[in-house]
Design a protein around this ligand. Structure first.
Ligand SMILES: *Cc1c(COP(=O)(O)O)cnc(C)c1O
Length: 489
């Protein structure tokens, strides 16, 4: 494709994206294609010849779009916000257009230096001190793995340069987190070689946050038994209920043993852009590493995960392997981001943040965050005041966790047995989701199903939350009537 051909096809594509975005609220939220249906729209053998851009866009419309769950839809309240602002889409395009190769500072000085600048802007915008140095990882999952690899090496006095993890056999390093931690934490602990036997699930308080006294006791018990308390993963905004582990108390408990503290703020980091939320990660300056995802609530399109550390030297010592073809006489003078994480080659990802920050501006993000916090408070008030409805976890941010108890069902006491309640919960949420009008994620809390309402799509306004609340009540009433009639006859 020549630049002139690209110009023509590119204009068509930009128009297509703009049309798609402006029309997506008219379609269903949840993809309705069954397994294999999208794949069946393609020939099984690689097609010969070429098509023009219009034919390709037609294929997107006919085959691909029906198989896309519309997380940019204003009625999407599932999982977590995964915003993809169009300003950051343009940055992504600029990054692709430059076609840079980030394998060293020399391979694209701008790629490295813009990333340094933008990571430092983001540091300042979230109120972190200048003791932190940042980089962009693909995801928070990778950031957690990097944190645990560096924690492991600190706890084993760089066992990787000797016999590796088997060498630490006499004094195994231990990781601590809670049952509310994201699944990527367990995955990272296992992949980093700690072993399931050395992953402690620390107790929680009534708000699903880590109990620091339980953490201290667990670390003490491990230390007494000759194990090494190596790392704590503090969840700042858990995936299930946006619970906030108390970072200051965790830092204090970890300091007794020199354990690494990694703050996983993947979802909630966006809230730190507004100063009134920063008390939620009080103590963060005492941690060793922090990660959060602009590609979630903030809306700088995937893959944009920020990772900050206080001790860059330690990070580089663990992550650098330095083959001779990559050595340079600039080493020591410049940042070599390949030594700050796993991959060698990197994209010019900072352009996504640059475009988002310069075209939309941070104030628009802050306004949106405050709007979403407000909408969540509003919904929580409605749920709280409605008979039969219950808020099952505190609402510090934009996620409201609810259950509905059908009135008059389940006999004189009104209370359903747990399994019937679970069936009721899944019945009403399935009805909402199958309708295509809205999407909500059910989740298990304390062994029982509840429903998470995660507010924060860029286009979600109060009217959408109001419409959702009506839908929820209708679906729950219908599901409740079903239970009452089956109980009655
Ligand atoms: C979403 C999330 C993750 C995983 O983020 P990825 O960038 O998809 O790896 C990790 N931790 C928490 C708390 C999350 O909300």
């Amino acid at each position: 494709m020549t630049p002139e051909e690209f110009r023509r096809a590119g204009h068509r594509l930009i128009d297509w994206i703009a049309d798609y975005r402006s029309g997506l609220a008219d379609g269903p939220v949840l993809a309705r294609t069954g397994p294999g249906e999208v794949a069946a729209g393609f020939p099984p053998e690689p097609p010969a010849g070429t098509v023009d851009i219009d034919e390709l866009l037609e294929l997107l419309d006919q085959v691909v779009v029906p198989g896309v769950t519309q997380v940019q839809h204003p009625m999407h309240f599932g999982w977590f916000p995964s915003n993809a602002t169009l300003s950051s889409v343009l940055g992504d395009l600029a990054s692709s257009g430059l076609g840079s190769l980030g394998i060293s500072w020399e391979s694209s000085p701008a790629l490295t230096e813009v990333e340094e600048v933008v990571c430092d802007w983001m540091r300042q915008l979230t109120g972190l001190s200048d003791a932190w140095s940042g980089t962009i990882q693909d995801t928070a999952s990778t950031a957690c793995l990097v944190a645990l690899l560096t924690a492991r090496e600190r706890a084993t006095e760089h066992a990787q340069a000797r016999g590796g993890m088997p060498d630490a056999g006499g004094a195994p390093p231990v990781v601590y987190t809670t049952a509310q931690a994201h699944s990527s934490v367990r995955k990272a602990a296992l992949l980093a070689g700690f072993g399931a036997d050395h992953l402690r699930v620390v107790g929680e308080d009534a708000a699903y946050a880590m109990d620091p006294a339980a953490l201290a006791a667990a670390m003490r018990a491990d230390a007494d038994a000759g194990r090494v308390p190596a790392a704590v993963i503090a969840s700042v905004g858990t995936t299930g209920t946006t619970a906030f582990d108390p970072v200051a108390a965790i830092v204090e408990a970890a300091a007794v043993h020199g354990a690494w503290v990694h703050v996983d703020a993947a979802m909630a980091g966006t809230a730190m852009l507004v100063p009134e939320c920063r008390h939620l990660w009080d103590g963060v300056e005492g941690a060793d590493s922090v990660t959060w995802n602009p590609h979630k609530w903030m809306g700088t399109i995937l893959d944009t995960s920020l990772y900050y550390v206080r001790d860059v030297e330690h990070l580089v010592r663990v992550m650098s392997t330095n083959p001779s073809y990559l050595r340079s006489n600039r080493d020591g003078e410049v940042t070599q981001y390949r030594d700050w994480g796993l991959p060698l080659g990197r994209r010019f990802r900072s352009l996504k943040l640059l475009f988002h920050l310069r075209l939309d501006g941070i104030e628009s993000v802050r306004e949106r965050v405050r709007r979403d916090l407000d909408n969540a408070r509003w919904l929580a008030e409605q749920v709280d005041a409605a008979p039969g409805w219950e808020i099952v976890a505190p609402v510090p941010l934009q996620t409201v966790c609810v259950r509905h108890h059908p009135v008059g069902a389940g006999g004189a006491g009104g209370g359903l047995d747990g399994e019937t309640l679970d069936r009721h919960t899944l019945a009403w949420v399935d009805e909402v989701n199958a309708s295509g009008d809205a999407y909500l994620t059910p989740s298990v809390l304390d062994g029982r199903w509840m429903v998470r309402v995660s507010i924060g799509v860029e286009t979600t306004e109060r009217v959408h939350v109001e419409r959702l609340w009506v839908r929820m009540q209708e679906a729950a009433a219908r599901a409740g009537a079903g239970i009452a009639s089956s109980a009655g006859g």
